[in-house]
Design a protein around this ligand. Structure first.
Ligand code: 4AD
Ligand code: MG
Length: 470
């Protein structure tokens, strides 16, 4: 029987297949002079060149071969005379699985010309076929795999936090409601919606974070992490925000803020280091692609620079002092202690001032979530945000408030409904310990590593305000 191979395997192993008969399957990327087919099966950025000899194939078959159609080919691997590849396949037999709709082809992104990223997003299926998006998807896969590998190697357990929840763990921000109530016939009691008639007998939402669940697990298992989708109904139509995105949330019992920062830095460098090892072909392609927008920018150098850097660590107050002294009159938002840093401020610190990733800690309590540990000054909390060039905040985390009374007070003062957090407060009633953790925006990390300007171009089916197609 003739053995089937992925194109990646054939091209990686190259000459060991010389003069062997093999079977390949894939989609046609180009077809030149009725002889040369470039075939891609998604396993690699590279295409396999297939040579059709006119004597083996009649005109009827050759006429049917078009860009985008799917085929199976058996043939013999030969050394290639062309410079682009070391091997090629001399076709002996060819079967067409699926042809291409020729009318729709004219409007499709399979047309060999430049298409905008916006147009790519509108053709969900064919987007995966492009060199650009398939590269990003392969890198995305490897990043996800490395995340599990990192935590597994470091003694963390993977916890599945729920997607449906009845509380807002961040205490701020809008959530998507989950209901089976008939919206045309909503039950009311004393003028309010009667949620006892709803599926869960209460009001429920899509979760914004799995952190509180991760804390409850960490205070038994020691070190845990979550990795799943989270949902935010904020109307943030920016190049860094999605309404549905993936978040990784490690949580560590007995870890203080500084140890938390060490893990965050080590973790990010681990991912980038191994992605440079595992995905060089796709990264090199993206590197060239990005140079078309900006000749001077190098994706590979940018990633290597992160590995060489030691992340700068400064308090929020120090950051404000630097920004105040910057005399940068171009800031749209004036700098004031107590304000949330805007992306212009973050970029000034990371790109202009330090030229390195920056971790800012000890933020004012008034702009951070209720669960962060209060400092002795009673004004700041042990929060930390990791800021990266280009995308700004990539990680947000903190040491948690482990003292029951102080936490309860914070909950009350921040208008969070503590009746729904009894289960969470148990962590502070039964052997509470210092602990900390953080959340990494997975899609933002993929965006940084692939150098894409818009986060929508690194996720297969982006969900953003006014857009949930496909
Ligand atoms: O800073 P955030 O809101 O932190 C939390 O949710 C904490 N519960 C994390 C923790 O301590 N366990 O979100 C964490 C990260 C951000 O730093 C950012 O990278 C990403 O999630 N993020 C988004 N990514 C894409 N689209 C959005 N709308 C995002 N909002 C936050
Ligand atoms: Mg944050």
């Amino acid at each position: 029987m003739i053995e089937k191979y992925s194109i990646k395997k054939l091209l990686d192993k190259g000459k060991i297949f010389l003069n062997k008969t093999v079977l390949v399957e894939g989609w046609i990327r180009s077809f030149r002079n009725s002889i040369f087919i470039s075939l891609n099966d998604g396993s690699t950025i590279k295409n396999l060149q297939i040579i059709l000899s006119k004597k083996n194939f009649d005109k009827k078959i050759i006429k049917k071969i078009t860009v985008g159609s799917s085929i199976q080919v058996t043939g013999m691997i030969k050394e290639s005379i062309g410079k682009k590849q070391c091997i090629e396949l001399q076709a002996l037999d060819l079967t067409i699985y699926g042809e291409v709709d020729s009318i729709r082809f004219q409007r499709s992104i399979l047309q060999p010309k430049k298409h905008s990223l916006d147009k790519l997003r509108k053709q969900a299926h064919l987007r995966f076929r492009t060199s650009l998006f398939s590269s990003i998807m392969r890198i995305r896969h490897h990043i996800a795999f490395l995340i599990h590998k990192y935590f597994h190697e470091n003694g963390f357990f993977y916890i599945h936090s729920p997607i449906i929840t009845n509380s807002n763990s961040e205490g701020s921000g809008k959530m998507f409601q989950v209901t089976t109530l008939d919206l045309k016939n909503i039950p009311y009691i004393k003028g309010k919606v009667d949620y006892t008639k709803d599926f869960f007998k209460q009001q429920t939402y899509l979760s914004v974070s799995g952190q509180l669940e991760a804390e409850t697990a960490a205070l038994a298992l020691g070190k845990v992490y979550t990795f799943g989708p989270v949902f935010r109904a904020e109307n943030s139509n920016t190049s860094r925000h999605l309404s549905e995105f993936w978040m990784i949330e490690p949580e560590m019992a007995f870890f203080r803020l500084e140890e938390n920062m060490n893990v965050a830095e080590d973790f990010l460098k681990y991912i980038i280091r191994y992605i440079l090892d595992l995905c060089m072909e796709d990264l090199s392609f993206l590197n060239e692609h990005i140079k078309k927008w900006n000749k001077n920018s190098s994706l590979l150098k940018k990633l290597e620079k992160i590995l060489k850097s030691t992340f700068i660590r400064i308090s929020y107050t120090e950051a404000i002092n630097i920004l105040e002294k910057s005399k940068n009159t171009d800031f749209v938002y004036p700098v004031l202690w107590g304000m949330d840093l805007q992306s212009e401020h973050e970029q000034y610190l990371v790109t202009n001032y330090f030229q390195s990733p920056v971790i800012i800690f000890d933020y004012p309590s008034c702009i951070k979530a209720f669960y962060m540990r209060m400092n002795k000054d009673k004004k700041t909390v042990q929060a930390m945000d990791v800021l990266f060039p280009e995308i700004g905040e990539i990680i947000g985390g903190s040491q948690r408030e482990e003292r029951y009374d102080i936490l309860l007070n914070r909950i009350k003062n921040t208008n969070v409904d503590n009746s729904k957090l009894c289960w969470y407060l148990d962590t502070r009633r039964f052997g509470s310990v210092p602990h900390s953790g953080f959340g990494l925006g997975f899609d933002r990390l993929v965006q940084f590593i692939t150098g894409m300007k818009n986060i929508r171009d690194v996720i297969p089916f982006p969900r953003t305000p006014k857009n949930a197609e496909f």
